[in-house]
Design a protein around this ligand. Structure first.
Ligand code: SF4
Length: 201
């Protein structure tokens, strides 16, 4: 299910000032995440569930562009290997979708339990795992749970306030400006595998 096919060229048209703002948002969210994780004494090391097997969708062109920037820093042989992995994931996902089966396939960027594009990983990869709050405009705050590993290791500990709202807000504002600057009017929704295949299309 490849939604908007961008032909892999969008990153060259995204002004660098937007990428700088994205990096600032990422830094702020990483700090907030680390504060919460440190408070609980939580680390992802040795996680048997591995959230990199979760099929997350990503919703911003700016993150697409930045992930591609990261991919381009890798050697061509590695890029080819990642493309093959993305094709395998994509095919397997389609098959299981046809059979209406649940699927947990490893992200093509995960090598030996590590993200090969860690500094470039999208927002949801950065925020996943820790209990949090999110407040949509005009609505009450909603609590989001931690991942299974968090619950097993730290679920008994007292909640540490972790607010995702300002990050979602800043990201939405940035994305709106990026789309406006590029004249991009469609909705954006892609998995990592879909993005990688799209980079090469
Ligand atoms: S982009 Fe990196 S952190 Fe995110 S799912 Fe893939 S390997 Fe994991």
């Amino acid at each position: 299910m490849m939604i908007p096919v961008l032909k892999g060229s969008i990153e060259s048209t995204v002004p660098s000032v937007f990428i700088q703002r994205l990096k600032q948002i990422y830094t702020a969210m990483d700090h907030a995440y680390d504060r919460a994780a440190n408070n609980y004494g939580f680390t992802c090391d040795g996680c048997r569930d591995n959230c990199c097997r979760t099929r997350f969708y990503h919703h911003t062109l700016i993150e697409y562009a930045y992930l591609k920037e990261g991919l381009m820093t890798l050697k061509p042989e590695m890029q080819d290997q990642i493309k093959l992995r993305a094709m395998t994931v994509s095919d397997a996902t389609e098959k299981t979708h046809d059979n209406q089966e649940a699927v947990r396939l490893m992200c093509p960027l995960n090598f030996a339990a590590r993200c090969i594009l860690y500094p470039y990983r999208p927002m949801i990869c950065r925020l996943h795992g820790i209990p949090h709050e999110l407040k949509k405009p005009g609505q009450q705050s909603i609590m989001g749970p931690g991942c299974e590993t968090f619950n097993r290791r730290c679920g008994h500990k007292r909640y540490f306030h972790f607010e995702r709202t300002p990050f979602y807000f800043d990201m939405a504002k940035l994305e709106q400006e990026v789309k406006q600057a590029l004249g991009f009017k469609k909705k954006f929704k892609m998995s990592i595998s879909q993005m990688i295949l799209d980079f090469h299309s």
